[in-house]
Design a protein around this ligand. Structure first.
Ligand code: NIG
Length: 420
């Protein structure tokens, strides 16, 4: 058992859940940020945090030179398992074309024809890139295979990376788009997703997701897929209200999904429905499944980089927080709508353009992401949490928004190991 003492911390954001202020559910309580602080890591977890003056001894010590330290980012929404490039689609969009779900088919073709070892190399490179940006807990989805064999291949790849400790969460997104071979038979494809495809993929994932949107899946089709997933013990997630008021929010709230993501087009009733789940959390089903997911709110996950890259109306993060909804910020790294895993960029955008305070944005990108993944071991630096630390090359976290676009990630620890 080796312990490490980190000192010289100008500002330490523990976000310790034990110190939450019920009056500020989406914010940060005074005691959750400590100045002139120190941290002790032991056996991959946080053993102690507090003022440097009262730090206990440890086997090793490192001085961080007055820098700010945050929990590593928890990125709860990415699509990392893919091949191919959609830069031309992006350029066309910047020239005025609207985003449509159909682009997923282009990546599906490229992904299906990629050798497995290449897909693995590409995915690992994207994980490494996210880590270099301060992300220490990462979810990825399948969804660019859309056959039983190709979805299974993506899910296996993700679950092996989880076993190797490179990735944290895997989500089955067979219901991403109706593939070309099922054109005109969306219900036939839904039968496949909720039947043989789910049966093959479920042992390798913890979550099931659906793109509930015009051009992808209707609320009825989405509900069939989600209920089938819940019945085998998977937790539920929804892509909703990206292109219009798709019904995904009501569906996610009604089924007790852990998260509904995108949220660019919301009415007052949608905001209220999400806020209500924070007061009266529900769960998808009382499934005795091996991976049953705990109760909690349906987290409103906003994706600022995607909103910019698609020139969509920004998701109303401010209104969601003000109404009392639980909020997460994620990168949505994917080749179509958001080819970045930079959570520093997402947090800066949430402050500068979505009108969150820095504290609200940091919390949404750490504790918020953890809640969206129903995890209590990450997203904070309370005693016993996984030792996931993001050291900024700045004396205070507000520099993330004050100096947008600057390379502020100085060092990263994941599970007690220095990885950057
Ligand atoms: O979250 N919206 C659906 N899925 C992705 C986009 C995928 C793509 O266009 O390749 C997203 O934005």
């Amino acid at each position: 058992m080796t312990s490490t003492l980190l000192t010289g911390i100008g500002e330490l954001w523990t976000l310790d859940p034990a110190l939450d202020d019920p009056a500020r559910p989406g914010g940060v309580a005074d005691g959750q940020v400590v100045r002139d602080a120190a941290v002790v890591l032991e056996d991959g977890v946080i053993a102690w945090t507090g003022p440097a003056a009262s730090a206990p001894p440890a086997d090793d010590a490192e001085d961080l030179g007055g820098r700010a330290v945050l929990p590593g980012w928890v990125d709860s929404h990415t699509h990392l398992v893919f091949d191919g490039d959609r830069a031309a689609e992006f350029e066309a969009r910047m020239a005025g074309q609207a985003y449509a779900a159909g682009g997923i088919g282009v990546t599906t073709e490229a992904t299906r024809s990629a050798p497995t070892e290449r897909l693995r190399t590409l995915t690992r490179a994207r994980i490494a890139e996210a880590t270099r940006g301060g992300t220490t807990c990462l979810e990825t989805k399948t969804g660019y295979g859309l056959t039983v064999a190709d979805e299974l291949r993506a899910a296996r790849l993700a679950s092996l990376l989880i076993e190797d400790g490179e990735l944290d969460e895997a989500t089955f997104l067979g219901a991403h788009l109706v593939p070309a071979e099922f054109a005109g038979d969306a219900d036939g494809y839904v039968d496949l997703v909720a039947g043989d495809m789910l049966a093959a993929v479920a042992p390798h994932v913890r979550w099931i997701d659906v793109f509930c949107e015009e051009g992808a899946f209707t609320p009825e089709q989405s509900e069939r897929v989600l209920r089938a997933g819940a019945a085998v013990g998977l937790g539920l997630r929804v892509h909703g209200h990206q292109l219009g008021r798709s019904g995904g929010v009501a569906l996610a709230a009604a089924l007790g999904a852990a998260s509904v993501d995108h949220l660019n087009h919301l009415g007052a009733a949608d905001v209220e429905a999400l806020a209500a789940t924070a007061v009266h959390p529900t769960r998808a089903a009382d499934t005795p499944g091996r991976l049953a997911v705990q109760a909690g709110p349906t987290v409103a996950t906003v994706l600022p980089a995607c909103d910019l890259s698609t020139r969509a109306p920004l998701a109303p993060a401010r209104a969601l927080l003000d109404a009392g909804a639980a909020l997460a910020i994620a990168s949505n790294c994917n080749p179509g709508t958001s080819f970045t895993s930079s959570m520093n960029f997402c947090v800066a955008t949430a402050v500068l353009q979505m009108h969150l305070s820095l504290a609200e944005a940091v919390r949404a990108a750490t504790r918020g992401g953890a809640l969206a993944l129903r995890r209590s071991d990450v997203g904070h630096l309370g005693a016993g949490a996984r030792a996931d630390l993001h050291v900024l090359d700045a004396p205070a976290a507000v520099h993330l928004a004050y100096r947008p676009g600057m390379p502020l990630t100085h060092a990263v620890w994941r599970a007690g190991q220095r990885v950057v």
